[in-house]
Design a protein around this ligand. Structure first.
Ligand code: URA
Length: 262
């Protein structure tokens, strides 16, 4: 029995014998080929060959965010770019993209952690219970989001169960946060709570160590703004006994704004 690869060779040989006038019993040749072909394993077909799909290029969402952010020349266009951005794994589970509230261009910028349930529903930052306390804290230093305060977050989509945002969730927002600071040009940033304070200052110190002291935040492209961390209003709702600390921090914020001409 010829090996599969030699079936064609055997056919060619039989034809050559025929051409040469060698007497070949055609019935025997046909019978032989039938048996050989039946026992040969099926030739590899295109379908059996491994299908090579073109590899999908993995999207680098931080780079995408950087490109989208740098192309914006106003706070409003930046807001639209953030709303259009699909690079945060949190976006799918969120009802709204929460970018900012208040007065673009105000000398005071508050940066919080990210939207909670109420903020997610309304599409605005700090509008739940903690937001109401923040408004009172701002009023104590003669600030109001409708007039002279700008409020945003380090993350624009509500994490499930209100957990803290994870590093990669913060990383895709960072270029937008930086661009927001560069476009709104605040005189002073207040980081509300441990998450934005530690993240923006790249510090492993807790909020109790960072709060009430002045630091400097510098964006990736080199724009620097003084930053004072304060206790998060949601924390103060749970621990009202710490409100005196928050009060001292707010007085420092007011003093520095006056000194900086804000
Ligand atoms: N807490 C925050 O840090 N940000 C909000 O927008 C709401 C609550």
């Amino acid at each position: 029995m010829p090996a599969p690869a030699s079936i064609d060779a055997f056919k060619a040989l039989a034809e050559w014998w025929d051409d040469m006038g060698v007497e070949v019993d055609d019935a025997s040749v046909q019978a032989y080929l039938k048996v050989a072909e039946r026992s040969a394993p099926p030739a590899a077909t295109a379908a059996a060959a491994p299908v090579r799909r073109p590899r999908r290029k993995k999207i680098n969402w931080v780079e995408e965010a950087e490109k989208a952010a740098i192309a914006c020349d106003s706070v409003e266009t930046l807001k639209a770019a953030i709303e259009k951005f699909d690079g945060s794994p949190l976006k799918q589970g969120a009802e709204n993209t929460v970018v900012y509230d208040g007065t673009p261009g105000a000398s005071l910028m508050i940066i919080g952690e990210g939207p909670g349930a109420e903020e997610d529903r309304k599409g605005l930052p700090f509008v739940g219970k903690a937001g109401q306390l923040l408004d009172k804290m701002l009023a104590a230093i003669h600030r109001d989001r409708t007039e002279n305060a700008f409020i945003t977050n380090v993350n624009y989509w509500r994490p499930p169960g209100n957990r803290n945002p994870e590093d990669e969730e913060l990383a895709v927002c960072r270029p937008f946060v930086d661009r927001m600071i560069e476009l709104a040009k605040p005189t002073l940033i207040v980081a509300a709570g441990g998450v934005p304070a530690k993240y923006l200052l790249d510090s492993s110190n807790g909020i109790m160590r960072l709060r009430g002291t002045e630091h400097v935040y510098t964006t990736a492209s080199g724009f620097s703004v003084p930053l004072i961390p304060i206790l998060h209003p949601a924390y103060l709702l749970r621990r009202p006994q710490d409100k005196s600390r928050a009060w001292r921090d707010l007085l420092l914020v007011e003093k520095r704004l006056n000194e900086l001409g804000g």
